[in-house]
Design a protein. Structure first.
Length: 347
């Protein structure tokens, strides 16, 4: 068990004291803890000043040390995986399952009403007959603060949305958008497959799910939230990269002539002025600027009426568990950046 405790906590942004008062941090349960996202989540929470990991559930690894699976945690913790679910002992659970398994788990298990849920799968991202809030902090901060159940955005969806949403807010997405994004091998999850094998992935590149990727639904949902008139096509081509982590995304947007005098970079700076981790950058980007961090960096090149938008994230952090911890911080009134002050690899 992670023994981290704290002696104080900041007030919730709404002025509410978190449910544990000022004596400790959030008590956390992690389900599906043996995968890539589970391991990254444990790594972050072990160093979070206001978090305590109560259990890390993995039926297939019950009784094994966490570091026996997540070898990067050797020397960091002696915690063991468990097949038990002591849900009454936690304040929040993270569901790190594969897609489709979260909904099935919640149908089979009664989660106490006081326990918040953060789901990293796609099961509840589309608004429907459920009470999950879609948790993109840059546009849903107030909803996240009030949420009991939260659907964490997808990795491609995060990078693509953050590159487009300032234009949507200004009503400037009036034509089809061309999107190319390349993701690292960890985006495919820990379970081995033909396209994750070292001899296939190394020195290789391929496309998949052309124009049909499942993240398109949540991307369109957010765009139309800010620009209800948007009906154009999102032509998305995903690529499998020959590197382990990160997403490098480019988006080509055509502007109407009426937008000729708009200062687009300033539009982005204004939109993300209060964002803790999303920043507009004046210089061209490379992926190592964000790998290992919860940041999204955005850069724009303008060619007459066309924009080429570059947005980059770490798929396991800002694209998954880093954003999930950011959302947990907001939900519990913790400093939004707690546990997430991370340095990029850079070199």
């Amino acid at each position: 068990m992670n023994k981290n405790t704290n002696t104080h906590t900041e007030l919730h942004p709404d002025g509410i004291i978190p449910p544990w008062g000022d004596k400790r941090g959030a008590r956390i349960g992690i389900l599906g803890a043996a995968g890539y996202t589970g391991g990254e989540l444990i790594r972050l929470l072990l160093n979070h000043p206001e978090a305590e990991i109560v259990f890390a559930n993995s039926e297939s690894n019950a009784g094994n040390k966490v570091w026996s699976v997540h070898e990067g945690l050797m020397g960091e913790t002696d915690m063991e995986f468990t097949d038990q679910l002591p849900l009454d002992d936690v304040d929040v659970i993270f569901l790190c399952f594969g897609h489709g398994k979260s909904e099935a788990f919640l149908a089979q298990h009664a989660v106490p009403s006081h326990v918040k849920i953060i789901d990293l799968a796609q099961d509840f991202r589309i608004r429907a007959d459920h009470d999950f809030v879609y948790g993109l902090p840059e546009i849903h901060r107030d909803d996240i603060i009030r949420a009991n159940h939260l659907a964490n955005p997808g990795c491609f969806a995060t990078a693509i949305q953050l590159g487009l949403l300032p234009l949507a807010k200004a009503g400037l997405l009036t034509h089809d958008v061309s999107i190319n994004a390349i993701t690292g091998s960890t985006g495919a999850g820990q379970k081995p497959g033909p396209t994750t094998h070292f001899s296939w992935r190394t020195d290789n590149l391929s496309i998949y799910k052309v124009f049909t990727h499942q993240h398109l639904h949540e991307i369109r949902q957010s765009i139309t939230e800010l620009q209800p008139s948007f009906t154009a096509s999102l032509d998305f081509i995903p690529y499998r990269g020959n590197f382990p982590r990160g997403i490098f995304c480019t988006e080509v947007v055509k502007l109407d002539a009426a937008a000729a005098d708009i200062d687009i970079p300033q539009l982005y700076r204004d939109f993300y002025r209060d964002a803790a981790f999303t920043h507009y950058v004046d210089t061209p980007l490379d992926l190592k600027q964000v790998t290992g961090t919860n940041k999204c960096l955005i850069h724009i090149d303008r060619f007459d009426h066309k924009l080429v938008i570059t947005s980059i994230i770490d798929n396991l952090l800002k694209g998954a568990v880093g954003q999930a911890v950011q959302n947990m911080n907001l939900m519990f009134g913790i400093d939004e950046t707690a546990g997430l002050r991370l340095k990029a690899t850079a070199f």
